[in-house]
Design a binder for this molecule. Structure first.
Ligand code: SAH
Length: 313
């Protein structure tokens, strides 16, 4: 009997044209397709002649075990999920089930993860360019993650000025999490921080609400919503949400390089430059504590600059 194969397929946000060629080919090659019933509906036209196993929301581990069972019989199985299956998806649990059963990579059943456009990319594309600088995603689901861990991540992301994408922001039973998230974010961001609330991106019931952090929790938010919260430079103009790349730190509006900066080189406050500033401040008599406060960095960062020999440029 030949070895089976498990494709872990992320098919993107929903619409056919946003599915990758590889995702389509994997589903076409599969003998068995397993997925949450809503996902199965989204790829219905690719399923003719295949064994289709529909699972409910709470049967996640069943889906992994079932994929394993069928692959053990030598079949090609596609376990499908929306977005990217490795982002809050079934890729992790499937590998865990396989490893726990004694499976090892390169032996027996072959496994291939097929990446897809995750919800944050899809939702960002619909509202402009909110993720053009550092961002992070945080799931507000406390079904498997303790709230203090979620709160700590929200606090850290807000403090570090990341653009934040919130997955699983709200459901019928989980309505307080988005309110708490708003409260934590407001400790570090202004109430008028741009926010995009995107529901069912690239699906029939797509809806977009452009709002501000102070009003975020009042928006209509559900299970299929992703919330994108800007950083301190994100702006909203003509219905677009945009996070600048940082060109304004280096260039004049005319296109000329600003005084003290060089094209193609780190900023004057890049890795070496900021240390020079620290040394100048120390030489002027500023305390390490005051410098740490100025840069909003731990004191240990200032102390390690103090220990270093100045770089010779
Ligand atoms: N693997 C998926 C995420 C699963 S977690 C991915 O990579 O996109 C489920 C959460 O994803 C939802 O609560 C919602 O926050 C987000 N999501 C998934 N599909 C979406 C869509 N089409 N539009 C908006 N948000 C979506």
């Amino acid at each position: 009997m030949s070895n089976g194969k498990i494709y872990l397929v992320g098919f993107g946000p929903g619409a056919q044209e946003h599915m990758s060629y590889r995702a389509r080919a994997a589903i076409a090659e599969a003998d068995v397709v397993i997925g949450y019933s809503t996902y199965i509906k989204l790829v219905q036209e690719l399923l003719d002649g295949k064994e289709v196993i529909r699972k409910g929301m709470t049967e996640e581990l069943d889906r992994c075990t079932e994929a394993h069972e069928h692959a053990r019989q030598g079949k090609i199985v596609a376990l499908i999920s929306s977005g990217d299956i490795g982002v809050y998806g079934m890729a992790g649990p499937t590998y865990e089930v396989l490893l726990a059963s004694g499976w090892r990579p390169g032996e027996g059943i072959e496994v291939e993860v097929v990446p897809g456009a995750t919800a944050l990319s899809a939702c960002a594309a619909l509202v402009g360019a909110p993720l053009t600088h550092d961002f992070c995603s945080i799931s507000l689901s406390d079904l498997l993650t303790p709230w203090p861990a979620i709160a700590r991540r929200l606090e850290a992301a807000a403090r570090a000025d990341f653009v934040v994408a919130l997955y699983n922001p709200k459901s019928g039973r989980r309505t307080g999490q988005i309110v708490e998230a708003q409260r934590i974010l407001l400790r570090h961001r202004t109430p008028d921080t741009p926010v995009a609330v995107v529901k069912s991106a690239y699906r029939k019931k797509q809806s977009i609400q452009m709002t501000r952090l102070a009003q975020m929790a009042d928006c209509e938010i559900g299970m299929l919503t992703t919330v994108l919260i800007g950083n301190s430079s994100t702006f909203m103009q003509d219905g677009l949400m945009i996070t600048p790349r940082g060109y304004a730190n280096k260039y004049q509006p005319s296109g000329e390089v600003k005084d003290g900066e060089q094209a193609g080189r780190s900023l004057s406050h890049g890795l070496d430059g900021w240390k020079m500033d620290v040394r100048e401040r120390l030489a002027r008599g500023e305390s390490p504590e005051a410098i740490a406060r100025h840069f909003d960095l731990p004191l240990t960062e200032i102390e390690s600059v103090m220990k270093e020999e100045p770089a010779h440029v």
